[in-house]
Design a protein around this ligand. Sequence first.
Ligand code: PLP
Length: 380
Amino acid sequence: MPNAPLPFELSANDANILAHLGDEYERYDGAVIQPIFMNSLHVVPKDQIDCQENRKFHYGRVSNPTVDLFERKIAALERGEKALAFASGMAAISSAILACVKAGDHIVCVDSAYGPTRVFIDEFLVGKFACEVTYVDGRALSDFTNNIKPNTTLFYLESPTSMTFKLQDLRSIASFAKERGVKTIVDNSWATPLYQKPLTMGVDMSVHTASKYIAGHSDLIAGVCAGSAEIMQDVARVREMYGGILQPMEAWLCIRGLRSMGVRLATHESAALAIAKRLEAHPAVKAVNHPGLDAYPQRALAKSQMSGTTSPLSFELDCDNARARDFVRRLQWFNVGPSWGGFESMVTVPGGDSALVRIHVGLEDTETLWQDLKESLDKV
Ligand SMILES: *Cc1c(COP(=O)(O)O)cnc(C)c1O
């Protein structure tokens, strides 16, 4: 039998949310893990055919109990009223944006946002729906106050940004946006809902790829978006019509990922900081971009809006692109690839004429990872 819902206090304690929210499903017949509701359909008892609209679950493109449990956990972690899960981070991002803009609207977007987010805005919103976009650095509030236009409806943020880890001042941007009736979305994938809670700082929606830290094992693609009940109604409409809901098996794996997210992140955090500090001190490294470093130019802002830092970080080598690529080729412990957030350490290959390398510090032995980096750095 399902248990009664947990007492409300639990919903303000992240560790308890990760472990226990959803116990009303978990305890079914003593099962310690919640079941997967692997069904597309919920049927209606004959005596309820006149009140079908009030049913929470009816069709799997709209809602599903396992997906709902994942969503309730994310909503509680984000301190939002509602969260919705999607088949990918990009489905969550594009749906959240579509809930805020219509043809002809203007968006102010941070210039170093996740690449495919920019492609979605450029190719689809600008290319097909005559929207306008202004890309800004985002580190100054004036990037937003100076670029707002009469048709601006959205400030799209990502803090920290993907390759360069630049921050935006979430509180002051959200407050300015509210005064002007502009919506704000922040991609919160790097900090996760454990280390940054944008909704508590006035941001309208927090979006995530769940493929990275939330699922945490490089074994699935998922996304999630959280906000007020009111704004999430518009996002739910987009999800229902574009058909981008997360599937039950993936939602169940995301719930499993959440159970260990706290301990995984603590290890990623300390390992990444230890490596960032040693990179800073190495003569072949010109600069390290990691908001956890004391020398990071936006360190004070990082501390004021994040309670912790995670692992992807980037650094500029003191050499040309060809030598930076050689540096990557020599690494033994870092897989070359675009993703992050799993057990395995990753590295991206610098593009163009840049010598900017991004690494994800995984959960392998930190000393081994550093020796690997050091041996290759010594040859730059
Ligand atoms: C990977 C990523 C996404 C996209 O997520 P998918 O699950 O791959 O669609 C969005 N934002 C950031 C910051 C990412 O790293």
